[in-house]
Design a protein around this ligand. Structure first.
Ligand SMILES: Cc1ncc(COP(=O)(O)O)c(C=O)c1O
Length: 394
């Protein structure tokens, strides 16, 4: 069954992602099933998206009820869920400001990038190792050469500096810099955590030069790191925040949030979207927020994340980086693809985000017992993957 579907996929879909690893047909909680009926523990959660897991009743009923009431209206009009969601996001950020809704993280960053142009400046500073998306604008802020080079020239005047190095940032930001864009924790790079005072230094540097501090919380936001936002404990108030992924719990929605007067930089006609802010995705987001609050999922993310991080230590694991349920680990050889494949074979989905790096971003509803399904077989998975490869040791 899966093989036939894989062949149909190869014939009818663009080969942008490589061959799919599985054909999935059903999900419930933290589990998904493939076309043969095999069950998998999903520790990737649609890459930090399925905050409530799969088919969560609160999300299903919010979307169903809203679609049965009012599904789409265009941005000539507004709806109650859209307004309430904007208010809730500003409340969670504890700021005054304005929200522009999108359908994805790339679009949220695209909106923010356009907004920075309204400062009258064009220079943007981004970080090496960054990932901000695949549209031409968000790609211009993404550092990986393999993603960028086939599409150059990219828009903008972007300088990349080493991530986590505040002195390098200070050296790159000038009075002609419109914005500094940073992930508070770099997700795609493998959960790279900067030094403790990095965001505070970035705030000071941008303020000194009249540049905007733009935090891309597309992957880290909405509870993923055990707080509503990964920058919360830095004490920093940014000027722009972008969100997506977990925001809709699996329904496409993103947000570009302008804090204080920066929420007023885009004027009528300067940006737009057909689907962004539609009531169904807004209702989905509201259900996600309500469920995270009601079920104490921020606390759960911290608790289960710490449990996983402790249990993932192994002689082949040289580093574990954990913020809530966003976990990256380094292996002592370039065998991450084999480790991920071995885990898949054992009914567990994990992600190899670099040749020697594994990432976990499971649903925030994951329990310690469910996490133990990985931990109980972790040593066997590693040993089997290493035995099957002659990976070059680091
Ligand atoms: C930090 C960050 N920004 C932006 C994006 C792009 O989001 P999307 O794939 O929804 O366009 C991602 C996706 O992985 C991300 O991790």
């Amino acid at each position: 069954m899966s093989q036939m579907l894989q062949e149909r996929y190869a014939r009818s879909l663009m080969n942008t992602f490589g061959p799919p690893r599985l054909v999935l047909t059903k999900g419930e909680g933290v589990y998904v099933w493939d076309a043969e009926g095999n069950r998998y523990l999903d520790l990737l959660g649609g890459i930090a998206v399925n905050a409530l897991g799969h088919a969560h009743p609160a999300l299903v009923s919010a979307v169903t009820d809203q679609l049965g009431t009012l599904g789409h209206v265009s941005n000539f009009f507004t709806t109650v869920p859209q307004i309430v969601l904007a208010e809730r996001l500003l409340e969670l950020l504890a700021v005054e400001g304005k929200v522009f809704f999108t359908n994805s993280g790339s679009e949220a960053n695209e909106a923010a990038f356009k907004l920075t142009r309204r400062t009258g400046r064009t220079h943007v500073v981004a970080a090496a190792g960054s990932f901000h998306g695949r549209t031409m604008g968000s790609l211009a802020l993404t550092s990986k050469p393999a993603y960028r080079e086939p599409f150059e020239p990219l828009p903008g005047d972007v300088t990349f500096v080493p991530f986590g190095d505040a002195n390098a940032l200070a050296g790159a930001v000038t009075d002609r810099t419109a914005a500094v864009v940073l992930e508070p924790v770099q997700g795609e790079a493998g959960v790279v955590v900067p030094p403790r005072n990095y965001l505070a230094r970035a705030r000071d540097i941008t303020t000194a030069h009249g540049a905007l501090l733009w935090l891309d919380e597309v992957q880290t936001g909405m509870g993923r790191t055990g707080a509503w936002f990964a920058h919360t404990d830095s004490g920093v108030t940014p000027d722009l925040v972008t969100l997506a992924k977990g925001l809709g719990g699996g329904i496409p929605v993103g947000a570009c949030i302008g804090i204080g007067e920066h929420g007023d930089l885009l004027h009528p006609g300067q940006h737009g979207t057909t689907f962004g802010g539609n009531p169904v995705s807004a209702a989905a987001s509201l259900a996600v927020i309500e469920t995270i609050e009601r079920d104490g999922l921020l606390h759960n993310a911290r608790r289960v994340g710490a449990h996983l991080a402790r249990g993932l230590r192994h002689r082949h694991v040289t580093a574990v980086r954990q913020r809530g349920l966003l976990i990256g680990l380094d292996l002592d050889a370039d065998v991450a693809p084999q480790v991920a494949a071995t885990a898949h074979g054992s009914g567990i989905i994990i992600n190899d985000c670099a040749p020697h790096r594994i990432r976990l971003a499971p649903p925030l509803v994951l329990t310690t017992d469910q996490a133990d399904e990985l931990l109980d077989s972790w040593a066997d998975i590693l040993e089997a993957a290493y035995a099957a490869t002659e990976g070059p040791h680091r």
